[in-house]
Write a protein that binds this ligand. Structure first.
Ligand code: G6P
Ligand code: MG
Length: 220
């Protein structure tokens, strides 16, 4: 049975969390309150709409639907200005190496992200050609920790869910992978991502032998 590999985007392939943070902080400041880096942790893996709801809660602000829609657009316009300047130097360490390793072995690769900006970001950093399928915020109806995003990815790759491996930096993402019955690999803080099947601080810690063991593994 063939295996498939699914990568989250923000925090796994590129560190766009810092740009999301700057754009949300600008909006918060305009609305008259502070937004801290710690609070930004809550935004990882969370949809844009849900992020704005949490932000407005933090600022104790009640918005009309029109204001809400306007702020969603405003945040994204600011975020896209950062994305515009991105290039392949912003790919996180050894991500390209792992993608190439899998590509050389003809392993199908998918993106599983909550972001509606996934495609332009992959284009900017020149990684689009590695992906056989891109499942992003435009194609899912249920957000992580719901397994939908990863199940669609497995389906697109033509691989059974329990033969898929997921790389994630968000707790909700690890929970989604586990709910999909996939092998979950936490990238980042081991304490925070303790529900993952395996943990690594980043891809530089992952040996070829480990990747090989994942490829050989038949089922979770
Ligand atoms: C990822 C990020 C979140 C972000 C979400 C939506 O999951 O970790 O912080 O809110 O994508 O991103 P978007 O690009 O659609 O605003
Ligand atoms: Mg992420």
């Amino acid at each position: 049975e063939k295996v498939g590999f699914i990568f989250d985007l923000d925090g796994v392939i590129v560190d766009t969390a810092k740009y999301h943070y700057l754009a949300w902080r600008k909006l918060a400041n305009e609305l008259g309150f502070e937004f801290t880096k710690d609070q930004n942790e809550l935004f990882k893996g969370v949809s844009r709409k849900r992020c704005l709801e949490i932000l407005l809660d933090i600022g104790n602000i009640t918005a009309t639907q029109d204001q809400f829609d306007k702020w969603m657009v405003e945040k994204n316009v600011d975020y896209l200005a950062y994305i515009e300047k991105m290039n392949s130097s912003e790919i996180l360490p050894d991500v390209a190496k792992v993608l190439q390793y899998l590509k050389n072995k003809n392993i199908p690769i998918a993106l599983g992200s909550a972001s509606k900006n996934a495609r332009p970001i992959l284009e900017k950093v020149d990684l689009l050609p590695y992906f056989d399928s891109i499942v992003d915020g435009n194609s899912v109806t249920k957000a992580k920790p719901d397994p939908e995003v990863f199940l669609i990815a497995a389906d697109n790759l033509g691989v059974a869910a329990n033969s898929c491996v997921v790389f994630e930096d968000a707790v909700a993402g690890i929970q989604a992978a586990n709910a999909a019955n996939m092998v979950s690999i936490g990238i980042g803080d081991t304490e925070i991502l303790n529900e993952a099947d395996y943990n690594f601080n980043d891809f530089t810690e992952m040996s070829d032998d480990f990747l090989e063991s994942l490829i050989k593994k038949q089922h979770k």
